[in-house]
Design a protein around this ligand. Structure first.
Ligand code: PLP
Length: 487
């Protein structure tokens, strides 16, 4: 494709994308294709000779569109938001055009320097403690995902505790090697049982154990400091060494917030535990001043991560990781063979983000964040988040107003309301208009909202789950709205 062909193709593609966005609200949100739909529609291999864009473009609507679930549709209410926007897409376009796997500052100084600046802007916007700004010992880096960020900081945490424990032992000695590997075999990462699965996955990757801290219904699905202390002490009693904790600001299932202030108070007792705050989705709400009372405890922790690509109009991928001491990341992840050395890196005056992440190469992701921040401005982004939270509150009030058929389980929290459909009475007809407001004295219902201890309560839960599943499958089956079920 030459420049003139690119011009025509790009114009046609942009037109099609705009048309796609303008018609999104009227498209069924869920794809209805069956598994394996695509292969029979494609040739057995790529064409021998190149095809013109005029032959390729129609296959977007013919072959690809039927297999798309429309995450940008206003009727997409499943999982979590995964916002995109035109300014962000333009950032992706330029990033693709400039393609430069800028692992070192020297590889493309603008890539590194813009990243440092926009991440400082964002940290300030979110009200993060100043220890996470690049002007001190901390700083931010854009990762591909919150999961990647957790792997990176868990490895940094592992290396930090090992370094501390073997300090003073002779380099290369058997004593040091044995002490390192004995300690490694006892390391345990912690997260509440509502922490995202990425913490457990990171422990698998980092080669450590994982234990969960109970966060039951009775505590609002949040990890309390006392439950955490118990879990830590149990690990120690078992001869294990807790070295890492994920505290969550906005859990995946209910958007609960772990007791950050309580955990901060406990942090000083366990200085070898790296505390990471996973705010993948809900962290975006910190751009509203009314949520910033959540941030002071972060000064007692080691790292914080939130996804621009979930709720702040920046398309995947843009996960913003902040660390209080960048040297812990670079100590763990920096390996510099001769071909990666250069005078600027050696001078110590520049940031080489390859040392803050798993891969070597990296994309120019700061560009799309910069475009989004400038196009919407602070007030535009605040209005975006506030609007969603208000819609969430409206949704919650509508659900709460139908307690004859629905029960709110949690929320509204950061625009998320968790509900179930009231079960029918077993043995026949519908549960007497099920659980109405007056029914809240119903002992089974009360138990449901607390904990399930008796067979009858467990049965109530099973019934509620069954009917909720039936209803959500019907809603999703209709294709117009897409919801997520936890049952
Ligand atoms: N953490 C939380 C709290 C999440 O809700 C999610 C995704 O839903 C993740 C982490 C994983 O995010 P990513 O896809 O960026 O790895």
């Amino acid at each position: 494709m030459n420049s003139s062909q690119f011009r025509d193709a790009a114009h046609a593609a942009v037109e099609e994308i705009i048309q796609y966005y303008e018609t999104l609200p009227t498209r069924p949100v869920l794809s209805t294709v069956s598994p394996g739909y695509l292969r029979p529609l494609l040739p057995s291999g790529p064409p021998q000779t190149g095809q013109p864009w005029s032959a390729i473009q129609p296959d977007i609507s013919r072959l690809i569109m039927p297999g798309l679930t429309h995450w940008q549709s206003p009727n997409f209410m499943a999982f979590f938001p995964a916002n995109a926007s035109y300014p962000s897409m333009l950032g992706e376009l330029y990033s693709a055009a400039f393609t430069a796997p800028a692992f070192n500052w020297l590889c493309s100084p603008a890539v590194t320097e813009l990243e440092t600046v926009v991440l400082d802007w964002l940290a300030t916007l979110l009200g993060l403690p100043t220890c996470y700004l690049s002007e001190g010992e901390g700083g931010g880096v854009i990762q591909g995902s919150a999961s990647e960020a957790i792997v990176s900081v868990m490895v940094a945490a592992r290396e930090r505790i090992v370094r501390r424990r073997v300090e003073g032992m002779a380099e290369g000695s058997k004593e040091k090697e044995d002490a390192t590997w004995q300690l490694r075999s006892r390391l345990v990462a912690l997260g509440s049982d509502h922490a995202h699965s990425s913490t457990q996955k990171a422990a698998n990757i980092a080669g450590t154990r994982f234990r969960s801290v109970p966060a039951p219904r009775a505590s609002g699905f949040r990890m309390t400091a006392s439950a955490l202390r118990r879990a830590i002490e149990e690990c120690k009693a078992d001869g294990l060494e807790p070295f890492y904790l994920t505290a969550t600001l906005g859990t995946t299932a209910t958007c609960a917030i772990d007791d950050l202030a309580g955990i901060a108070a406990l942090a000083a007792d366990y200085p070898d535990i790296w505390i990471h705050v996973d705010a993948a989705y809900a962290g975006a709400a910190l751009i509203l001043p009314e949520y910033q009372s959540l941030t002071p405890p972060l000064a007692h922790f080691d790292s914080f991560d939130f996804n621009m690509h979930k709720w702040l109009l920046t398309n995947f991928d843009a996960s913003c990781l902040y660390v209080k001491h960048r040297r812990h990341l670079t100590d763990a992840l920096s390996i510099t063979p001769s071909y990666l050395r250069n005078e600027f890196s050696d001078s110590g005056l520049v940031t080489d983000y390859r040392d803050w992440q798993i891969p070597l190469g990296r994309r120019f992701r700061a560009l799309k964040i910069w475009f989004v921040l400038r196009s919407y401005g602070v007030s535009g982004l605040q209005a975006h988040i506030k609007g969603h939270i208000q819609l969430g509150e409206l949704f919650h009030s509508l659900v709460a107003g139908r307690s004859d058929i629905l029960t709110v389980l949690t929320g509204p929290a950061f625009a998320l309301t968790v509900l179930h459909v009231n079960p029918r009475r077993r043995g026949g007809g519908a549960r007497r208009a099920s659980v109405t407001a007056a029914d809240h004295s119903d002992p089974q219902h009360e138990a449901y909202l607390n904990d399930f201890t008796t067979d009858a309560e467990a049965q109530y839960l099973a019934d509620a789950n069954a009917v909720t599943k039936e209803v959500y499958e019907r809603v999703n089956g209709g294709g117009l709205i897409y919801l997520t079920s936890g049952v």
